[in-house]
Design a protein around this ligand. Sequence first.
Ligand code: HAM
Length: 416
Amino acid sequence: MKLSGVKGMNDVLPAEVGRWQEMEALAREVFALYGYREIRTPVVEPAALFARGVGEATDIVNKEMYVFEDKGDDRLALRPEGTAGTVRAFIEHGAYVDGPQKWFYLGAMFRRERPQRGRYRQFHQIGCEAFGVAEPLLDAEQIALLADYLGRLGVRTTLKLNSVGDGECRPAYLADLRSYLDGHRAALCADCRDRIDRNPLRVLDCKVASCQPVLEAAPRLLDRLCAGCRDHLAAVRAGLDALGVEHRLEPRLVRGLDYYVRTAFEFTSDALGAQAAVAGGGRYDRLVETLGGPPTPGIGFALGAERLALILEAMGRPVPPRGPAVFFVLADPAGATEALRLAGALRRAGVACDLDARAGKLKTQFRQAERAGARFALVLGAAEVASGEGKLKDLATRAETPVRLDELAARLGGPG
Ligand code: HAM
Protein backbone atom coordinates (compact mmCIF):
# COMPACT_ATOMS: atom_id res chain seq x y z
CA MET A 1 0.00 0.00 0.00
CA LYS A 2 1.31 3.44 -0.92
CA LEU A 3 0.95 5.89 1.94
CA SER A 4 0.85 9.60 1.41
CA GLY A 5 0.33 12.59 3.69
CA VAL A 6 -3.09 13.93 4.66
CA LYS A 7 -4.65 16.23 2.06
CA GLY A 8 -3.94 19.87 2.81
CA MET A 9 -1.12 19.03 5.24
CA ASN A 10 2.38 19.71 3.96
CA ASP A 11 5.94 18.62 4.56
CA VAL A 12 8.64 21.26 4.75
CA LEU A 13 11.72 19.60 3.32
CA PRO A 14 15.30 20.39 4.38
CA ALA A 15 15.87 22.36 1.17
CA GLU A 16 13.07 24.80 2.10
CA VAL A 17 13.37 24.78 5.85
CA GLY A 18 15.92 27.62 5.85
CA ARG A 19 13.12 29.99 4.90
CA TRP A 20 11.04 28.83 7.86
CA GLN A 21 13.95 29.12 10.24
CA GLU A 22 14.57 32.65 9.00
CA MET A 23 10.93 33.67 9.56
CA GLU A 24 10.87 32.12 13.00
CA ALA A 25 14.22 33.49 14.15
CA LEU A 26 13.28 36.98 13.01
CA ALA A 27 9.92 36.72 14.80
CA ARG A 28 11.66 35.76 18.03
CA GLU A 29 14.14 38.60 17.61
CA VAL A 30 11.64 41.34 16.69
CA PHE A 31 8.95 40.28 19.16
CA ALA A 32 11.51 40.35 21.97
CA LEU A 33 12.38 43.92 21.00
CA TYR A 34 8.78 44.82 21.84
CA GLY A 35 8.67 42.90 25.13
CA TYR A 36 6.83 39.75 23.97
CA ARG A 37 7.73 36.40 25.54
CA GLU A 38 7.07 32.97 24.10
CA ILE A 39 4.29 30.67 25.28
CA ARG A 40 3.75 27.09 24.11
CA THR A 41 0.31 25.58 24.54
CA PRO A 42 -0.97 22.14 23.49
CA VAL A 43 -2.15 21.44 19.96
CA VAL A 44 -5.22 19.70 21.43
CA GLU A 45 -7.72 21.54 23.64
CA PRO A 46 -11.27 20.82 24.83
CA ALA A 47 -13.58 21.50 21.86
CA ALA A 48 -15.75 23.66 24.12
CA LEU A 49 -12.92 26.19 24.45
CA PHE A 50 -13.23 27.13 20.79
CA ALA A 51 -17.02 26.97 20.72
CA ARG A 52 -17.09 29.48 23.57
CA GLY A 53 -14.03 31.48 22.59
CA VAL A 54 -14.03 31.69 18.80
CA GLY A 55 -17.83 31.40 18.52
CA GLU A 56 -20.36 28.66 17.85
CA ALA A 57 -21.66 30.45 14.73
CA THR A 58 -18.28 30.86 13.00
CA ASP A 59 -17.26 28.69 10.05
CA ILE A 60 -14.08 27.82 11.94
CA VAL A 61 -15.96 26.12 14.77
CA ASN A 62 -19.04 25.09 12.89
CA LYS A 63 -17.55 23.56 9.76
CA GLU A 64 -13.78 23.42 9.92
CA MET A 65 -12.71 22.12 13.29
CA TYR A 66 -11.21 18.65 13.71
CA VAL A 67 -13.13 17.29 16.70
CA PHE A 68 -12.79 13.83 18.19
CA GLU A 69 -13.85 11.89 21.24
CA ASP A 70 -11.13 10.94 23.64
CA LYS A 71 -11.52 7.64 25.48
CA GLY A 72 -12.86 9.34 28.59
CA ASP A 73 -15.78 10.89 26.66
CA ASP A 74 -14.04 14.23 26.42
CA ARG A 75 -14.66 16.09 23.18
CA LEU A 76 -11.30 17.38 22.04
CA ALA A 77 -10.30 19.54 19.10
CA LEU A 78 -7.13 20.18 17.15
CA ARG A 79 -6.66 23.90 17.70
CA PRO A 80 -7.93 25.94 14.75
CA GLU A 81 -6.17 29.08 16.02
CA GLY A 82 -3.91 30.17 18.85
CA THR A 83 -5.78 32.85 20.77
CA ALA A 84 -8.31 30.71 22.69
CA GLY A 85 -5.63 28.34 24.02
CA THR A 86 -3.37 31.22 24.99
CA VAL A 87 -6.22 32.90 26.87
CA ARG A 88 -7.05 29.59 28.56
CA ALA A 89 -3.44 29.30 29.74
CA PHE A 90 -3.43 32.94 30.84
CA ILE A 91 -6.44 32.28 33.06
CA GLU A 92 -5.44 28.81 34.25
CA HIS A 93 -2.05 29.99 35.48
CA GLY A 94 -3.38 33.17 37.04
CA ALA A 95 -1.06 35.27 34.89
CA TYR A 96 -3.42 38.25 35.31
CA VAL A 97 -2.05 38.89 38.81
CA ASP A 98 1.25 39.97 37.28
CA GLY A 99 -0.07 43.04 35.44
CA PRO A 100 0.00 43.44 31.66
CA GLN A 101 1.53 40.54 29.73
CA LYS A 102 2.80 40.26 26.17
CA TRP A 103 3.06 36.74 24.80
CA PHE A 104 3.82 35.19 21.42
CA TYR A 105 3.60 31.72 19.91
CA LEU A 106 4.63 29.78 16.82
CA GLY A 107 2.82 26.63 15.91
CA ALA A 108 0.60 24.38 13.83
CA MET A 109 -3.13 25.07 13.56
CA PHE A 110 -5.78 22.94 11.88
CA ARG A 111 -8.85 23.83 9.86
CA ARG A 112 -10.68 21.48 7.57
CA GLU A 113 -11.01 23.97 4.73
CA ARG A 114 -10.93 23.26 1.01
CA PRO A 115 -7.21 23.30 0.25
CA GLN A 116 -5.91 25.73 -2.35
CA ARG A 117 -2.83 27.92 -2.78
CA GLY A 118 -2.29 29.62 0.59
CA ARG A 119 -5.04 27.64 2.32
CA TYR A 120 -4.20 24.38 4.02
CA ARG A 121 -5.66 22.04 6.62
CA GLN A 122 -2.56 22.15 8.73
CA PHE A 123 -0.91 25.55 8.66
CA HIS A 124 1.36 27.51 10.97
CA GLN A 125 0.71 30.74 12.76
CA ILE A 126 3.14 33.19 14.27
CA GLY A 127 1.04 35.15 16.74
CA CYS A 128 1.17 37.76 19.47
CA GLU A 129 -1.31 38.33 22.30
CA ALA A 130 -1.13 41.23 24.77
CA PHE A 131 -3.25 41.23 27.92
CA GLY A 132 -4.26 43.85 30.45
CA VAL A 133 -4.13 47.10 28.48
CA ALA A 134 -7.24 48.68 26.97
CA GLU A 135 -5.51 51.82 25.72
CA PRO A 136 -5.27 52.39 21.94
CA LEU A 137 -1.56 53.09 22.31
CA LEU A 138 -1.04 49.33 22.62
CA ASP A 139 -3.05 48.67 19.45
CA ALA A 140 -0.81 51.05 17.52
CA GLU A 141 2.36 49.59 19.04
CA GLN A 142 1.35 46.01 18.25
CA ILE A 143 0.30 46.77 14.69
CA ALA A 144 3.59 48.64 14.23
CA LEU A 145 5.44 45.55 15.49
CA LEU A 146 3.85 43.46 12.75
CA ALA A 147 4.64 46.13 10.14
CA ASP A 148 8.22 46.22 11.44
CA TYR A 149 8.56 42.43 11.17
CA LEU A 150 7.20 42.30 7.62
CA GLY A 151 9.29 45.33 6.64
CA ARG A 152 12.51 43.65 7.78
CA LEU A 153 11.73 40.79 5.40
CA GLY A 154 11.18 43.32 2.61
CA VAL A 155 7.53 42.27 2.28
CA ARG A 156 5.14 44.88 0.91
CA THR A 157 1.63 44.68 2.32
CA THR A 158 -1.49 46.77 2.68
CA LEU A 159 -2.74 47.32 6.21
CA LYS A 160 -6.53 47.41 6.42
CA LEU A 161 -8.04 48.73 9.61
CA ASN A 162 -11.58 48.87 10.93
CA SER A 163 -13.56 49.07 14.12
CA VAL A 164 -16.12 46.34 14.73
CA GLY A 165 -17.70 48.25 17.61
CA ASP A 166 -18.44 46.93 21.07
CA GLY A 167 -21.32 45.87 23.33
CA GLU A 168 -22.63 49.41 23.36
CA CYS A 169 -22.94 50.15 19.64
CA ARG A 170 -22.86 46.79 17.87
CA PRO A 171 -26.19 45.23 18.93
CA ALA A 172 -28.33 48.08 17.53
CA TYR A 173 -26.23 48.09 14.35
CA LEU A 174 -26.58 44.33 13.91
CA ALA A 175 -30.34 44.57 14.23
CA ASP A 176 -30.41 47.22 11.50
CA LEU A 177 -28.00 45.30 9.30
CA ARG A 178 -30.11 42.16 9.65
CA SER A 179 -33.29 43.89 8.65
CA TYR A 180 -31.55 45.61 5.73
CA LEU A 181 -30.10 42.31 4.49
CA ASP A 182 -33.41 40.57 5.04
CA GLY A 183 -35.06 43.18 2.80
CA HIS A 184 -32.55 42.34 0.04
CA ARG A 185 -32.56 38.58 0.55
CA ALA A 186 -33.49 37.84 -3.08
CA ALA A 187 -30.40 39.63 -4.43
CA LEU A 188 -27.97 37.72 -2.19
CA CYS A 189 -26.20 34.39 -2.72
CA ALA A 190 -27.19 31.27 -0.77
CA ASP A 191 -24.24 31.64 1.65
CA CYS A 192 -25.19 35.21 2.46
CA ARG A 193 -28.86 34.31 2.96
CA ASP A 194 -27.76 31.56 5.29
CA ARG A 195 -25.66 33.99 7.34
CA ILE A 196 -28.21 36.79 7.78
CA ASP A 197 -29.50 35.37 11.04
CA ARG A 198 -26.46 33.44 12.21
CA ASN A 199 -23.67 35.90 11.55
CA PRO A 200 -24.78 39.01 9.65
CA LEU A 201 -21.40 40.78 9.90
CA ARG A 202 -19.80 38.00 7.84
CA VAL A 203 -22.23 38.73 5.01
CA LEU A 204 -20.30 41.97 4.49
CA ASP A 205 -17.23 39.88 3.70
CA CYS A 206 -18.86 38.02 0.77
CA LYS A 207 -16.81 38.18 -2.44
CA VAL A 208 -19.56 37.02 -4.86
CA ALA A 209 -19.94 39.70 -7.56
CA SER A 210 -23.74 39.69 -7.67
CA CYS A 211 -23.91 40.43 -3.92
CA GLN A 212 -21.73 43.53 -4.13
CA PRO A 213 -24.37 46.19 -4.96
CA VAL A 214 -26.43 45.20 -1.90
CA LEU A 215 -23.35 45.06 0.34
CA GLU A 216 -21.97 48.37 -0.86
CA ALA A 217 -25.21 50.12 0.06
CA ALA A 218 -25.50 48.35 3.44
CA PRO A 219 -25.42 50.44 6.64
CA ARG A 220 -21.85 50.83 7.90
CA LEU A 221 -20.86 50.12 11.47
CA LEU A 222 -18.22 52.81 11.09
CA ASP A 223 -21.01 55.39 10.88
CA ARG A 224 -22.72 53.98 13.95
CA LEU A 225 -19.88 53.61 16.44
CA CYS A 226 -20.46 54.83 19.98
CA ALA A 227 -18.26 57.66 21.24
CA GLY A 228 -15.90 55.25 23.04
CA CYS A 229 -15.27 53.17 19.91
CA ARG A 230 -14.96 56.25 17.71
CA ASP A 231 -12.35 57.81 20.01
CA HIS A 232 -10.50 54.52 20.27
CA LEU A 233 -10.28 54.18 16.49
CA ALA A 234 -9.15 57.78 16.09
CA ALA A 235 -6.42 57.24 18.68
CA VAL A 236 -5.21 54.02 17.03
CA ARG A 237 -5.00 55.85 13.71
CA ALA A 238 -3.16 58.77 15.26
CA GLY A 239 -0.74 56.32 16.88
CA LEU A 240 -0.08 54.58 13.57
CA ASP A 241 0.47 57.92 11.86
CA ALA A 242 2.91 58.93 14.58
CA LEU A 243 4.80 55.66 14.03
CA GLY A 244 4.77 56.11 10.26
CA VAL A 245 2.64 53.00 9.65
CA GLU A 246 0.49 53.51 6.56
CA HIS A 247 -3.00 52.10 6.77
CA ARG A 248 -6.31 52.16 5.01
CA LEU A 249 -9.67 52.40 6.73
CA GLU A 250 -11.76 49.49 5.44
CA PRO A 251 -15.36 49.83 6.66
CA ARG A 252 -16.30 46.36 5.41
CA LEU A 253 -13.43 44.53 7.05
CA VAL A 254 -14.84 41.86 9.33
CA ARG A 255 -13.04 38.92 10.85
CA GLY A 256 -13.95 35.25 10.88
CA LEU A 257 -13.85 34.96 14.67
CA ASP A 258 -16.48 36.29 17.08
CA TYR A 259 -14.31 37.61 19.90
CA TYR A 260 -13.31 40.92 18.38
CA VAL A 261 -14.34 44.34 19.65
CA ARG A 262 -13.19 47.72 18.39
CA THR A 263 -9.89 47.34 16.52
CA ALA A 264 -9.79 44.78 13.69
CA PHE A 265 -7.04 44.64 11.10
CA GLU A 266 -5.52 42.61 8.29
CA PHE A 267 -2.31 42.78 6.32
CA THR A 268 -2.87 41.70 2.74
CA SER A 269 -0.50 41.04 -0.15
CA ASP A 270 -1.02 41.07 -3.92
CA ALA A 271 1.35 38.12 -4.21
CA LEU A 272 -1.18 35.75 -2.63
CA GLY A 273 -4.13 35.65 -5.02
CA ALA A 274 -7.47 34.71 -3.47
CA GLN A 275 -6.09 34.07 0.03
CA ALA A 276 -4.72 37.59 0.31
CA ALA A 277 -4.50 37.98 4.10
CA VAL A 278 -1.03 37.23 5.40
CA ALA A 279 -1.97 38.30 8.93
CA GLY A 280 -5.02 39.36 10.87
CA GLY A 281 -5.99 40.34 14.35
CA GLY A 282 -7.74 42.72 16.64
CA ARG A 283 -8.94 43.50 20.13
CA TYR A 284 -10.80 41.00 22.29
CA ASP A 285 -11.59 42.89 25.49
CA ARG A 286 -14.29 40.43 26.66
CA LEU A 287 -12.64 37.11 25.80
CA VAL A 288 -10.77 36.52 29.07
CA GLU A 289 -14.03 37.04 30.95
CA THR A 290 -16.02 34.86 28.54
CA LEU A 291 -13.58 32.03 29.20
CA GLY A 292 -13.89 32.36 32.98
CA GLY A 293 -11.16 34.83 33.92
CA PRO A 294 -11.38 38.28 35.46
CA PRO A 295 -12.26 41.14 33.10
CA THR A 296 -9.01 41.72 31.18
CA PRO A 297 -8.67 43.51 27.86
CA GLY A 298 -6.56 41.94 25.14
CA ILE A 299 -5.35 42.40 21.61
CA GLY A 300 -3.48 40.10 19.24
CA PHE A 301 -2.78 38.95 15.74
CA ALA A 302 -1.60 35.89 13.90
CA LEU A 303 0.43 35.68 10.75
CA GLY A 304 0.13 32.73 8.37
CA ALA A 305 3.63 31.28 7.96
CA GLU A 306 2.82 29.37 4.73
CA ARG A 307 1.43 32.56 3.21
CA LEU A 308 4.48 34.55 4.26
CA ALA A 309 6.71 31.84 2.74
CA LEU A 310 4.74 32.10 -0.52
CA ILE A 311 5.27 35.86 -0.62
CA LEU A 312 9.01 35.52 0.07
CA GLU A 313 9.23 32.95 -2.70
CA ALA A 314 7.31 35.17 -5.14
CA MET A 315 9.70 38.01 -4.27
CA GLY A 316 12.58 35.78 -5.31
CA ARG A 317 14.13 36.06 -1.87
CA PRO A 318 16.68 33.26 -1.65
CA VAL A 319 16.31 30.53 0.94
CA PRO A 320 19.10 31.25 3.42
CA PRO A 321 21.78 28.56 3.09
CA ARG A 322 21.88 26.07 5.94
CA GLY A 323 24.54 23.71 4.63
CA PRO A 324 27.89 22.89 6.22
CA ALA A 325 30.79 25.32 5.90
CA VAL A 326 33.00 22.65 4.38
CA PHE A 327 32.53 19.20 2.87
CA PHE A 328 35.54 16.90 2.91
CA VAL A 329 36.18 14.95 -0.28
CA LEU A 330 38.05 11.75 0.53
CA ALA A 331 40.73 10.84 -2.02
CA ASP A 332 42.19 7.77 -0.28
CA PRO A 333 42.22 5.97 3.11
CA ALA A 334 44.81 8.36 4.61
CA GLY A 335 42.60 11.28 3.55
CA ALA A 336 39.52 9.60 5.02
CA THR A 337 41.17 9.21 8.43
CA GLU A 338 42.39 12.80 8.36
CA ALA A 339 38.91 14.00 7.34
CA LEU A 340 37.34 12.28 10.32
CA ARG A 341 39.92 13.81 12.66
CA LEU A 342 39.57 17.30 11.15
CA ALA A 343 35.78 17.06 11.21
CA GLY A 344 35.94 16.35 14.94
CA ALA A 345 38.17 19.36 15.54
CA LEU A 346 35.98 21.65 13.42
CA ARG A 347 32.76 20.52 15.09
CA ARG A 348 34.29 21.09 18.53
CA ALA A 349 35.09 24.61 17.34
CA GLY A 350 31.47 25.05 16.27
CA VAL A 351 32.09 24.86 12.51
CA ALA A 352 29.60 22.68 10.60
CA CYS A 353 31.21 20.19 8.24
CA ASP A 354 30.36 16.91 6.57
CA LEU A 355 31.70 14.13 4.41
CA ASP A 356 30.39 11.23 2.38
CA ALA A 357 31.59 8.19 4.30
CA ARG A 358 31.13 5.97 1.24
CA ALA A 359 34.24 7.73 -0.16
CA GLY A 360 33.36 6.90 -3.75
CA LYS A 361 34.43 8.69 -6.91
CA LEU A 362 35.63 12.28 -6.35
CA LYS A 363 33.00 13.55 -8.78
CA THR A 364 30.23 11.87 -6.78
CA GLN A 365 31.58 13.33 -3.56
CA PHE A 366 31.66 16.84 -5.07
CA ARG A 367 28.07 16.32 -6.13
CA GLN A 368 27.14 15.32 -2.58
CA ALA A 369 28.90 18.46 -1.31
CA GLU A 370 26.69 20.56 -3.58
CA ARG A 371 23.56 18.70 -2.60
CA ALA A 372 24.39 19.25 1.06
CA GLY A 373 24.54 22.98 0.38
CA ALA A 374 28.17 23.22 1.50
CA ARG A 375 30.00 26.50 0.99
CA PHE A 376 33.42 24.91 0.39
CA ALA A 377 34.80 21.50 -0.58
CA LEU A 378 38.23 20.33 0.50
CA VAL A 379 39.95 17.31 -1.06
CA LEU A 380 41.95 15.21 1.44
CA GLY A 381 44.40 12.51 0.46
CA ALA A 382 47.89 11.28 1.35
CA ALA A 383 49.45 14.35 -0.33
CA GLU A 384 47.45 16.81 1.78
CA VAL A 385 48.11 14.81 4.95
CA ALA A 386 51.87 14.86 4.19
CA SER A 387 52.05 18.59 3.40
CA GLY A 388 49.48 19.70 6.02
CA GLU A 389 47.91 21.84 3.32
CA GLY A 390 44.86 21.66 1.08
CA LYS A 391 42.75 23.74 -1.26
CA LEU A 392 39.43 25.21 -0.19
CA LYS A 393 37.15 25.21 -3.20
CA ASP A 394 34.30 27.71 -3.13
CA LEU A 395 31.41 25.73 -4.61
CA ALA A 396 29.61 28.82 -5.89
CA THR A 397 32.54 30.57 -7.64
CA ARG A 398 34.76 27.47 -8.17
CA ALA A 399 37.71 29.55 -6.90
CA GLU A 400 40.38 27.63 -4.98
CA THR A 401 42.41 29.02 -2.09
CA PRO A 402 45.26 27.22 -0.35
CA VAL A 403 44.77 26.63 3.35
CA ARG A 404 46.80 25.05 6.13
CA LEU A 405 44.78 22.19 7.61
CA ASP A 406 45.62 23.22 11.18
CA GLU A 407 44.24 26.71 10.44
CA LEU A 408 40.97 25.47 8.97
CA ALA A 409 38.85 25.93 12.10
CA ALA A 410 40.06 29.50 12.60
CA ARG A 411 39.58 30.28 8.92
CA LEU A 412 36.02 28.94 8.69
CA GLY A 413 34.93 29.95 12.17
CA GLY A 414 35.65 33.62 11.53
CA PRO A 415 33.18 36.14 10.20
CA GLY A 416 31.80 35.44 6.71
P1 HAM B 1 -7.26 34.34 11.30
O1 HAM B 1 -7.49 35.54 10.46
O2 HAM B 1 -8.29 33.29 11.26
O3 HAM B 1 -7.07 34.88 12.77
O4 HAM B 1 -5.87 33.70 10.93
C1 HAM B 1 -4.69 34.48 10.93
C2 HAM B 1 -3.84 34.16 9.72
O5 HAM B 1 -3.60 32.76 9.65
C3 HAM B 1 -4.51 34.48 8.39
O6 HAM B 1 -4.33 35.85 8.05
C4 HAM B 1 -3.76 33.57 7.44
O7 HAM B 1 -2.54 34.15 7.06
C5 HAM B 1 -3.48 32.36 8.29
N1 HAM B 1 -4.44 31.28 7.99
C6 HAM B 1 -5.69 31.14 8.45
N2 HAM B 1 -6.25 30.03 7.96
C7 HAM B 1 -5.35 29.45 7.14
C8 HAM B 1 -5.33 28.27 6.34
N3 HAM B 1 -6.35 27.44 6.28
N4 HAM B 1 -4.20 27.99 5.63
C9 HAM B 1 -3.14 28.82 5.69
N5 HAM B 1 -3.10 29.94 6.44
C10 HAM B 1 -4.19 30.26 7.16
C11 HAM B 1 -6.81 34.08 13.85
O8 HAM B 1 -6.58 32.92 13.80
C12 HAM B 1 -6.75 34.84 15.15
N6 HAM B 1 -6.47 33.89 16.24
C13 HAM B 1 -5.73 35.94 15.10
C14 HAM B 1 -5.67 36.69 16.38
C15 HAM B 1 -4.77 36.54 17.36
N7 HAM B 1 -6.55 37.59 16.79
C16 HAM B 1 -6.22 38.00 17.99
N8 HAM B 1 -5.15 37.36 18.36
